[in-house]
Design a protein around this ligand. Sequence first.
Ligand SMILES: C=CC1=C(C)c2cc3[nH]c(cc4nc(cc5[nH]c(cc1n2)c(C)c5CCC(=O)O)C(CCC(=O)O)=C4C)c(C)c3C=C
Ligand SMILES: [Fe+2]
Ligand SMILES: [Fe+2]
Length: 343
Amino acid sequence: MKGVLLVNLGSPDSPTPKDVKPYLDEFLMDERVIDVPLWWRTILVRGIILRTRPKKSAEAYQKIWWEEGSPLVVISERFTEKVKELAEIPVALGMRYGKMSIKNGLQELKEQEVTDVLLVPLYPHYAMSSYETVVVKAMEDKDQYFPEMKITTLPAFYGNPDYINLLSKSITNGLKDFDYDHLLFSYHGIPERQIFKKDPTQFHCKLDEQCCTTNSVAHTTCYRHQCFAMTEKVKQNLGLSDAMITISFQSRLLNDPWLKPYTDFEFERLGKEGVKRLAVITPAFVADCLETLEEIAMEGEEQFKSAGGEGYKYIPCLNDSPEWVELMVDWIRNWQLKETLPA
Ligand SMILES: C=CC1=C(C)c2cc3[nH]c(cc4nc(cc5[nH]c(cc1n2)c(C)c5CCC(=O)O)C(CCC(=O)O)=C4C)c(C)c3C=C
Ligand SMILES: [Fe+2]
Ligand SMILES: [Fe+2]
């Protein structure tokens, strides 16, 4: 029997330092998130970050928390329910970090006699800290607890024409009542070294002007290329000029170099350079979460306006919109009936 496991990142159980701390501990001790040797990661995470970050993060979570819980979790649950209803096959939800684990999701599927699983990391792009860690963990859990299961993984869908269309439509709809003069694509950042680590050729990625637009096998695992390619397709779909858009990378942690330009610097630059009405989309996320609702929708507006901007509009993620549910179900049906996966 076939079934689907959707996986997103996960959130703390509550927006309190007591619950944020173990969540951040599990998240940041992941060797694919802070990808330095264990001894150094332990010092960085347990000796430095976890001393102050849980309080600061909990305050941020409090600003966006819903009555039903973390927006990321609630939206992912709603999405899962809708997909399940429409797909008419077993569909479970797991989170990479926290109690709603991948193992629990696989267990739920096993109880419904599923042996053939479509694993769907809910990230449009490949990054070792998002997509890859989900796949590795799911395979480890399968090998350890469910060896009889077969897992097929949905590829990163950043370039899928149907997904690009959905994203483009969400921009058009989101900006119906907002006359904008510039559109910022803000992607979650990653440390630059993670790009080099994932370059299978070891020489293609240079983080320069050309590498990400020069064809290469390295792009299968190049997060930067995938963000640029997605932006280019949406730009063409909407008929926007280069001058109308900016790409940037948000949510830095620690002081090592991350992908540039940095979103917070761009809010300031755009405001100072005379952009008056800024629209912002966050296409690295399929569901709204702390990084979109607090960092971009709240903080971003403040940063842009204090640099001279006048109007600001955050375009929500696709969340549990009917069109996104239908597209996911389309992909599931193609796999279920024809064993094909979206390209
Ligand atoms: C080294 C640190 C981090 C890397 C690399 C990273 C990559 C990465 N993250 C996401 C998606 C999400 N991240 C979220 C929160 C978040 N991310 C980091 C750190 C790294 N992320 C931290 C410390 C946090 C926690 C909150 C904070 O203290 O700022 C979230 C939101 C979770 C929620 O509960 O709402 C998402 C989603 C991607 C896609 C990615 C690589 C591309
Ligand atoms: Fe993150
Ligand atoms: Fe590149």
